[in-house]
Ligand binder design. Structure first.
Ligand code: SF4
Length: 271
């Protein structure tokens, strides 16, 4: 892993995500190394030549910059961690930038939302409990260890994510699971989706969201390459999805809604 320490001029940046006013990303690059990651476009803004997942830039002045920016922010803003790179990726253990940014938010009445694939978030439970409003989402695409290891090689095991979610939920912190992306032909069967509903409900999450794959050219190329190598028998189905995306989205939405009706946990499809 190549790590560079950089300075930022702004850490609280306007978000284009509905319902989120600002985002905070203390790192550029992500050691979780997900093979379907959309944030790979961020590489263009760095001088890194290493493959995605093998470099991280740490914005070491993020807490100081945030402290300054928060003084001018309107109250009750919604602020999200993890819109581009995971705030609890492995490097956070050393740099502690996410934790320091959260500490700066404690005196304010903003709504904080965190999205991660890591149980490292539990380290900051003491801070999360001091925030006025806070929710933590865990991205979980599959309960199948082989699929997780192939598509998310640098991320913590899914069992650890669920255990972290359970702990936060017991502490009355709002929690949710983000099933994203649903990988066409790989994680989109009735059995896959049912098992995610069952496990998420059991863990005590407040809700579960689903999103499908957006086949940006480099993401699509990578996912297709992996499916071809690891699951050759599914390649035809994957290609069928690519040529019939609207029909596919309709089918998966229908499937999620049908399954969702048999569970009490709230669910939403965001595609
Ligand atoms: S955790 Fe998120 S940001 Fe990090 S590599 Fe995976 S998809 Fe990308």
């Amino acid at each position: 892993m190549v790590v560079r320490e950089i300075s930022c001029r702004s850490i609280l940046n306007r978000s284009g995500i509905p319902g989120i006013d600002y985002c905070i990303n203390p790192y550029v690059g992500c050691g979780h190394k997900c093979q379907y990651c959309y944030a790979v476009f961020m590489k263009r803004f760095t001088r890194h030549t290493e493959p995605w997942g093998d470099f991280v830039d740490a914005k070491t002045n993020a807490p100081e910059v945030l402290e300054r920016q928060l003084r001018r922010l309107k109250p009750k803003s919604t602020i999200s961690f993890g819109t581009v790179c995971d705030p609890y990726q492995p490097i956070e253990e050393k740099y502690i930038l996410t934790r320091q940014c959260l500490e700066k938010l404690v005196p304010y009445k903003h709504e904080v939302s965190i999205l991660t694939k890591s149980d490292l978030v539990l380290r900051d439970l003491d801070i999360l409990l001091q925030l006025q409003e806070c929710e933590v989402g865990f991205t979980i695409t599959s309960l199948d260890k082989r699929i997780k290891d192939i598509f998310e090689p640098g991320s913590p095991p899914v069992a650890k994510r669920f255990r972290a979610l359970e702990r936060l939920s017991h502490m009355n912190i709002k929690t949710w699971v983000f099933v994203a992306p649903i990988l066409p032909s790989v994680t989109d069967s009735e059995k896959d989706i049912t098992s995610l509903f069952t496990r998420t409900e059991k863990a005590g999450a407040d809700y579960i969201l689903f999103d499908t794959l957006n086949p940006y050219p480099n993401v699509w190329r990578n996912v297709r390459r992996i499916v071809k190598k690891q699951f050759p028998e599914r390649l035809e189905l994957l290609d069928h999805y690519y040529s019939n995306q609207k029909k596919y989205a309709h089918h998966v939405k229908h499937l999620i809604r049908k399954i969702g009706r048999t569970y009490s946990i709230r669910h939403r499809v965001v595609f």
